[in-house]
Design a protein. Sequence first.
Length: 291
Amino acid sequence: MAENSSCASASSCSRGSCEGCPSAAAKEAGVRNTAFLEAPNENSNIKHVIGVVSGKGGVGKSLVTSSLAGVMARAGYKVGILDADITGPSIPKMFGVHGPAAANAEGVMLPEVAEDGTKIMSINLILDDEESPVVWRGPVIAGVVKQFWTDVAWGDIDYLFVDMPPGTGDVPLTCFQSLPVDGIVIVSSPQELVQMIVKKAYNMADMMHIPVLGLVENYSYIKCPDCGKKIEIYGESHIDEVAAGLNIPVLGKMPMDRSFATAADAGRIFDVENTYLADAKSVLENIKGEL
């Protein structure tokens, strides 16, 4: 096993090669390693970078990402979404934007802008065919994500949300090491299995010294259309207990709501006013942005 699991070369390093390594020094000091941070494009002025992660797929992470962006946009902030889910991009469809992405006079790639003003960059905006599969190995995918940071002119952004693929692999590691992530939001659903995997995402962030801003539970319940009773179809929620055990807040509990799916399918997710993420808005507004 590698000596330093947070090292960029963790798969090949040894105790000897880790001597003097920036990752090892940062780990020993208990601080974030900034040696691998990439500078943003010179045409970008981004105040806060927020990662949206999940321990596994199928919990609605992209829906939560777009909802968080919508909440902050409605509050008057300039927002963007870096779609780092290269093999399963869904953000452009949800916001009704299509490629090909344009470039400025200097040939620098520009994000597409949705009707509500949200700036978006995704692999689907540069593929010739939106339905073409991306059959790339991890390092190539991670390199593309990094380019979305270094080679895209984002302009002025208050909050850039990074929609990460599920798990704790190459892309989340690249984002944590290469981007100045101010904090992450972990997305879960009520099943106990998913909540167990939440702790993997939390522990990865803790290992990398990235603040965890809180948890969002998706698919929390469904309301009966006749009586309004909350029906917990995935079982009783334990998100409050999990959050308390990790000493982090619950930022919202989103129900299964047909209006979300309808708006997303129509490319108008920004039409839905998500009232379930008020606590998330408060936490995001109070980020200091210090490494």
